[in-house]
Every structure is written in structure tokens, then in C-alpha cells.
Write a protein that binds this ligand. Sequence first.
Ligand SMILES: Cc1ncc(COP(=O)(O)O)c(C=O)c1O
Length: 373
Amino acid sequence: MPADINDDASGIKGEMEREIVLGRNIHTDCWEVKEPDADDEVTGERKASMASVLAPYRRTLIERTKNHLGYPINLDFEYGALAQFQHFSINNLGDPFIDESNYGVHSREFEVGVLDWFARLWELEKNEYWGYITNCGTEGNLHGILVGREVYPDGILYASRESHYSVFKAARMYRMECEKVDALAPKVTFKKPIGSVSVSGHKFVGCPMPCGVQITRLEHINALSRNVEYLASRDATMMGSRNGHAPIFLWYTLNKKGYRWFQKEVQKCLQNAHYLKDRLRDAGIGAMLNELSSTVVLERPLDEEFIRKWQLACQGNIAHVVVMPNVTVEKLDKFLNELITRRATWYGDDGKHQSPCVASNIGKENCLCFLHK
Ligand SMILES: Cc1ncc(COP(=O)(O)O)c(C=O)c1O
């Protein structure tokens, strides 16, 4: 998550914060669940009516996937071989490291395989870690902080002020004292004195359902876990039922791609992000890219429809493009050409409308407003 769009847990509104309009028409726009007529099954009308909803929805998803640029989610993956598992209610409830819970339709063998892969990446021995596949990165953060609080009941939560909002949410949920500090994300390795790591599985890796990976030092997990007779397992996770499909998807893609693919893709994303930042600035549009980041920060486009089309994460006067593995140079060119064309209509030559000054967000050396050109 780009630092600039993180929430401020203090609840103090930033000077540029815009009002969030809650969806007024949500109920009129939604697909109502209709009670079937008695003879629906005979006429097949019900199925036809549902198909008439699903087909355009699919087209919308295809269109939105094509134009997505603003969030750190890799939309490029191919999981055709896993369609066969849709017919099973796969649930990994309980502790992945306890041999057999009473619910047998699980994918714990895949789950532990994926965890081993991440433990190796983060340099922690198999017999020194505990972990599980979560529903998202947020769940991992909530888990890691809870383990921390159980190990140090009176501890203070020190968090980078750039942290994801879920960290501050955890502080509120657990009523922990929280202090913000200046810090950037370091290289992740358990060779350092860290207790746990959480990462989203559906972001850079790419997965059709939200998921995440949580790894913690084995020595800490006992502080949190309780035995549950009803499951014949141990309860050490945040949730009860857990998505059993996600570990299979992660296992499949990690097997296909391996560590080397991830290294290459990171390089490609960084290169493409530099390409975007340079082209934006060539076109007279203020933009910034932090070192080792693939999130390009630029002035907020004037037109909300344009923002929605490209699904840009915006805050105040700035917008973000997150260059993920599915974001090609061709897609960036399409975005750039459209932005440049639209911008000429927003900020014509008459001098009446000026592009916003974003010096306070991205530094005056990166801003190209009429004052800082
Ligand atoms: C550092 C960090 N933590 C947590 C999250 C939340 O992840 P999720 O959306 O998977 O809950 C994000 C999301 O971008 C993140 O960047």
C-alpha cells in the first residue's frame, strides 16, 4: 500500500481530505434476491433470469480488470487446472500443524507447503516457525499484533507512521498504547529480531480470492492458542473456518513460478514504474517514485470518471498508479495517452484552470504546476 494513502489512526482529518460519500443508491442498484415462483423450476425462467444478470456482470469484470491500475493487486494469473476444486467445500479450520482435525475436507498439506516456501524466503527454519494462510494481509497484522500483546501484555505498539491502517485498527481493537515512529520497510528476514511477518497473497502473487500468509516464531504462538475439543485441534488463528481453496491457489502459482520469477517480475515492475514516471514528467505532469517502489504518485486527475475508469487510489490532490506484474508498457501508454488528451481539455490554454500544485505531497522538485515548472 502506498504510504500516502494510509489512514491516520488519530482520526484527524488531513487538510486535503475529501468527504467520503456513502453509496446513496446501493439498494436501488443491487441485484435483488427474488423469491422463486412455484413453477420456476419447470419453466427454467429462474435460471435464464439469473444468467441475464451474470453475463453482463462478467463483461463488467473483464472491462474493469483491463483498466485497473490503482491498487497493488496482480490481476494476471491462470488457474484453469484448479476449477475442478470448486465443487468442494474446502475448509482449513483449526491449526495447520495439528495432524488431523475432525473436519476432513481440508487442504492443510498445501497450506503447510506454502508456509514452508515463505519461511525459507524469510530465513526461518521449519522447526522454528508457526503460521497459517489468512483471509488477507489485515488478518495477519491483527494476528501478529495480538501475539505481540499476549507475549508483552503491557507492551507499547511502535508503528511506522506510514503503516497500513490495519495496524492502527489493531491498536484500537486491543486497546494498546500506540506510538508512531519514522521508519521505512526494511528487508524482511527472521535473522533480525522480528516476531512475525504478514503479507497479502492476492497482491503481487496474484490469486482470485483475497488471502494472506502469516508466519510467526513458534516460541510465541503458545501464548495465544487454546485447545478445542470440538475440533480436535488447537485454536491459534483469528478466524474459525478458513478458506481451504486459497492455499491450493498459492501452492499452484508458487510451484509454477518459483523465487526466480518473483525476482524478475519485481525488476520488470520497477522498470515499468520508472517508465511511467518519466513519461508523465516529459508530458509536464508532476510525478514521484520512491526508491524500490513501483507506486507512481501523480497529480489527481480532474475528472472523477477518469479516476473510476482506471480505478486510481486517490487522496487529496494526488493519485497512485501501482505497477504490478499485469501492468504492461502498452497499458501504461494507453493510460498516458488518455490522460494527456483529457488533461488538455481540463487545463486549456486560456489560463483559467491550472493543474493542482502537489509540491506538499511529492516535493517541489517533482511538482510541475505553474509555480514549480
Ligand atoms: C503493509 C500492508 N499491510 C496490510 C495491508 C492490507 O492487506 P489486505 O488488503 O490483504 O488486508 C496492506 C495492503 O495494501 C499493506 O500494504
